[in-house]
Design a protein around this ligand. Structure first.
Ligand SMILES: [Zn+2]
Ligand SMILES: [Zn+2]
Length: 273
């Protein structure tokens, strides 16, 4: 059984529930470790069509205080204070500042933007692209992802193939190509060298791609490279906490993984699942 969920949001960004509600859901699911990983602030030029920047900026201090308060209760489920940090290749000083502004237990590193394009916001730009353009976007994503990993700023790489969110079938045609696999494998080697874990996320099952992040081919590469793994729901509501974890467990086992890790006290802890 998977007993920790390290990727969770609250209504201080675009989630639906409070810090307290999310923790209650973790208790109800019988988790032993629950990580809060609210989104990080973003510079003005990185804007989503539906923007939550103002709310997040106004409540960032509340998020920090409420999670740190919860950590003081020695309940059956340990609370970790984290953040999902956005990677902006052209604004790395901003990223570094975001990653060091609070005494986090752990950090998720996420690539949601290519340049200033928030590629996971909606399907329209993807629908207008032909296969060559999509393939170029996948290559750009993993090239950027690898640079993010190489900074060593983060502990866990979130939703590794988020780029497939609206175009899964094209993505599957891309990932079978030898040069694509070389790129992803190189990135996973960097991930391992940086002592990071790769997230296996059930969020993809709830998104248009209808597939776990990452896809089977990347799971196979991750198994060959022998990377550390972690599990997450990327919950934006209390009902999504630990979402489809039995499915994630059997998926990971099918690729030979038997242990999953969380980062706390400045080191990795691993458990059989
Ligand atoms: Zn994310
Ligand atoms: Zn997230």
């Amino acid at each position: 059984m998977i007993r920790f969920d390290l990727h969770n949001h609250t209504f201080y960004s675009h989630g639906a529930n409070s810090v307290a509600d999310m923790y209650k859901a973790a208790l109800a699911k019988g988790l032993s470790v629950f990580g809060f990983s609210e989104h990080s602030p973003r510079p003005e030029r990185y804007t989503y069509p539906t923007e939550y920047r103002a709310r997040l900026n106004a409540h960032l201090a509340d998020y920090v205080r409420e999670v740190q308060e919860l950590q003081k209760n020695q309940g059956p489920c340990r609370v970790l204070f984290g953040m999902e940090i956005d990677w902006f290749e052209d604004d790395q000083d901003f990223v570094r500042k975001a990653a060091t502004q609070f005494p986090f237990d752990y950090l998720l590193g996420s690539t949601h933007f290519l340049g200033t394009w928030g590629f996971d916001a909606g399907p329209e730009p993807w629908e207008a692209m032909d296969e060559n353009a999509r393939f170029a976007a996948y290559t750009a994503y993993f090239t950027t992802w690898k640079k993010m990993l190489a900074t060593g700023l983060f502990n866990i790489a979130s939703h590794p193939d988020l780029i497939k969110i609206f175009t899964r079938d094209s993505f599957h045609l891309w990932i079978v190509r030898e040069e694509s696999q070389r790129l992803v494998r190189d990135a996973l080697e960097v991930l391992k060298a940086m002592d990071m874990a790769m997230e296996i996320s059930s969020a993809g099952l709830r998104k248009p791609c209808r597939e776990i992040y990452p896809c089977p081919m990347i799971m196979r590469l991750a198994s060959e490279v022998d990377v550390r793994i972690s599990f997450a729901s990327d919950a934006h509501t209390d009902g999504d906490v630990a979402y489809a974890f039995p499915v994630l467990a059997s998926y990971a086992k099918a690729f030979g993984f038997t242990r999953a890790s969380y980062f706390a006290d400045r080191r990795w802890h691993s458990e059989e699942f």
